[in-house]
Design a protein around this ligand. Structure first.
Ligand code: FAD
Length: 478
């Protein structure tokens, strides 16, 4: 058939993966079209993920700091919270960024087509166009013919089977609903003790809700070493009402005056619990099954992921896939990195994905950040490592900031002495972990890091100190 638009490169989805790919491709001279069903660019991350959550976590942190200052001789009154202004703050942060993206797309002559896309075949995508706030369909479709395509359609929150989908109860939300701050609940249940669940739990606790967190696994966060989680748990012991590990949520019953929940498991409360807000944060599913990829011959796994090679190509060589839709970890910076690889390959470069590590951060209070090989993992796989831990109780800055509970840990390969992993728990851990990622990518060893002059007094110098600790135990170092 005929096409309404013809392009060199079509990018499906305008999240961090999609817009980064489109911008890089346009910069390299490809005529690029970006298809997005929502009104604004930025995808989950900017609109309903990374950015709005951090806008709210910032406020929670300010409140924590004010409470801490009360113990230092500076008295602040108990906070009063204006939810409307808080929502406006969050919306303002998001719109600054999405507006900026729209400008960047325009400057690069990336054509943005609004609407829901589905593949017709391996060179055509049909878009059911939408206007305004995205959900309104115009009733018309446009067909785009592409030479190459990058699928960046992202992921969506998992819907738990024991929660009835309809009639929809406004008191049961996913992360998107929780970020809207519908109201301040008295009692809230967060189902899922991963990063997203704990970040939102932190926000709602700051707003004054009594928050329970329920997690099926035997530990929160899954990912960082247990010693970091232990510090986090200690610091958060009084923030939440209850953290229930190894506990299954069995049923949720919507009643007029409350949501009635039953749990099972050793640590589960025997009595039914009453909540007025429930957040489902039990993971995310890739959107692979929602785009008619089979029409283009693109393989999608049972779980909805699209397999790719190290150039981000799917089984159909001129169609690439990036971001959440290709696999874990579902993180924005991973999506952006993959986007650049795919766009460069599409433009004829010999790029490929060869990053050694992808850092992870929980932006809770305190923050937890980790990258590369963990100590627990090294033990499990029997890898010989040197572990160097620098407790922040020995850091002047940490003590001054009331953060002496934190620590910085580096892992070195026992033979090469090169750094292969690192983790940090404490304020600003996320901002610091990038140095460890860089050190790993550069193949730095304990001497390189230890002899790098770090500014004093900073929390970041704990990375240099940890390397010095390792130096002491690696006697055969030069
Ligand atoms: P997405 O951002 O999911 O974008 C996909 C886009 O494709 C969407 O805009 C969608 O509307 C569009 N789309 C899908 N199908 C179609 C279709 N058929 N037609 C048209 N358009 C379509 N990551 C971090 O690194 N740091 C964080 O702090 C962080 N915080 C998070 C907090 C929350 C609450 C959540 C939910 C996620 C968070 N993430 C964070 C994860 C991060 O948001 C994702 O990893 C990232 O957005 C993935 O980017 P992506 O480009 O693959 O897909």
């Amino acid at each position: 058939g005929t096409a309404d638009i013809v392009c060199d490169l079509l990018v499906l989805g305008a999240g961090p993966g999609g817009y980064s790919a489109a911008f890089r491709a346009a910069d390299m001279g490809l005529k690029t079209v970006l298809v997005e069903r929502y009104a604004t660019l930025g995808g989950v991350c900017l609109n309903v993920g990374c950015i709005p959550s951090k806008a709210l976590l910032h406020v929670a942190e300010v409140m924590d700091e004010a409470a801490h200052a009360n113990t230092l001789g500076i008295q602040f009154a108990a906070p009063t919270i204006d939810l409307d202004r808080l929502r406006a703050h969050k919306a303002g942060v998001v719109s600054k960024l999405t507006t900026g993206l729209a400008g960047m797309a325009k400057a690069r002559k990336v054509e943005v087509v609004r609407g829901l896309g589905r593949f017709l075949d391996a060179t055509h995508l049909e878009v059911e166009t939408t206007t305004g706030n995205a959900q309104e369909k115009t009733g018309s479709t446009r067909v785009i013919r592409f030479t190459q395509c990058i699928i960046a359609a992202g992921s969506a929150a998992i819907h738990l089977p024991f929660i009835p989908e309809s009639p929809k109860d406004p008191r049961i939300v996913d992360s998107t609903g929780a970020l809207e701050l519908p109201f301040t609940p008295k009692r809230m249940l967060v189902i899922g003790g991963g990063i997203i669940g704990l970040e939102m739990a932190t926000v709602y606790a700051a707003l004054g809700a009594k928050v329970d967190v329920v997690e099926m696994q035997d530990t929160l966060m899954q990912g960082p070493d247990r010693d970091l989680v232990a510090v986090w748990e200690k610091q958060n012991a009084s923030r939440f009402e209850r953290i229930m590990l190894k506990t299954k949520t069995v049923s949720v019953d919507s009643q007029a005056d409350s949501l009635v929940v039953t749990f099972s498991g050793k640590e589960a409360p025997k009595e039914r619990q009453h909540y007025d807000l429930i957040l489902q944060a039990a993971g995310r599913v890739p959107n692979g099954k929602k785009i008619d990829a089979a029409n283009a011959g693109v393989i999608v796994t049972d779980r909805g992921f699209i397999p790719v090679d190290n150039q981000m190509r799917t089984n159909v060589p001129h169609i690439f896939a990036i971001g959440d839709i290709v696999g874990q970890p579902m993180l924005a910076h991973k999506a952006v990195h993959e986007a650049h690889v795919a766009a460069e390959v599409a433009a004829g470069m010999k790029s490929y994905f060869d990053a050694r590590v992808i850092p992870s951060v929980a932006y809770t209070h305190p923050e937890v950040a980790w990258v590369g090989v963990g100590e627990d993992e090294a033990k499990e796989i029997g890898r010989k490592v040197t572990v160097a831990k620098f407790p922040w109780a020995a850091s002047g800055r940490a003590i001054a900031n009331g953060a002496e509970y934190g620590f910085t840990k580096l892992l070195f390969d026992a033979e090469t002495h090169r750094v292969i992993g690192g983790s940090i728990v404490g304020p600003n851990a996320g901002d610091m972990i990038g140095e460890v990622a860089l050190a790993i990518e550069m193949g730095a060893d304990a001497t390189d890091i230890g002899k790098t002059i770090h500014p004093h007094p900073t929390l970041g110098e704990s990375i240099g100190m940890a390397a010095e600790v390792a130096h002491g135990s690696c006697t055969d170092l030069p």
